[in-house]
Ligand binder design. Structure first.
Ligand code: ACO
Length: 143
């Protein structure tokens, strides 16, 4: 929630952000999504912890040889700490084990931090959908 506000204030209205957080980041909703991911084994949530405090997470899903990176968010004070890089590396290790050859993501075109991070990690812009850039990274997978 904190990361969402930090990232999108100035991009979306306060009302939009509050509604989005209420609908997508309630404890109930997140627990449902995590339970479904564990059941279907097609999606993953990885957390980053400082001692026992959750400071960031990555959420992605795998479908055949394609993965979609759905969310990668850190608490604002933990940005530029390489934690995002470590979460992405761990996600890519799991994707590799699943035989993924391509990862796709959607990032708001005005989210300069997100866009520059993904570019540095080897994602390139494939097009756009509304205000979102569609970014893709290809992997060589021998599996
Ligand atoms: N200000 C400017 N650039 C930043 C910042 C910041 N506070 N934080 C990270 N970056 C970018 C820069 O490109 C930086 O490179 P540089 O230091 O050479 O300028 C690079 O990320 C640093 O890499 P890391 O330290 O590994 O990045 P970090 O640990 O911060 O993780 C992440 C990156 C996940 C994007 C994090 O900054 C974050 O949570 N940002 C807000 C949420 C967000 O935008 N998430 C992506 C939404 S789209 C989606 O989830 C599919």
């Amino acid at each position: 929630m904190e990361s969402w506000r930090w990232t999108y204030s100035g991009i979306y209205t306060e009302d939009f952000i509050s509604n989005w957080i209420r609908e997508n980041y309630s404890k109930t909703r997140l627990l449902q999504q995590i339970a479904m991911a564990q059941l279907r084994k097609d999606a993953f949530f990885l957390g980053a912890f400082d001692s026992s405090k959750l400071v960031g997470f990555i959420h992605f899903r795998v479908s055949g040889s394609t993965a979609e990176l759905l969310r990668l968010y850190l608490k604002p004070d933990y940005t530029r700490s390489k934690i995002g890089s470590k979460l992405l590396e761990e996600a890519e290790r799991l994707m590799d084990r699943s035989g993924v050859t391509e990862c796709i993501l959607y990032v708001h075109s005005s989210n300069n931090i997100g866009v520059s991070f993904y570019q540095k990690k080897g994602f390139f812009c494939k097009g756009n959908e509304g205000d979102d850039l569609i970014m893709v990274k290809k992997y060589r997978n021998q599996k």
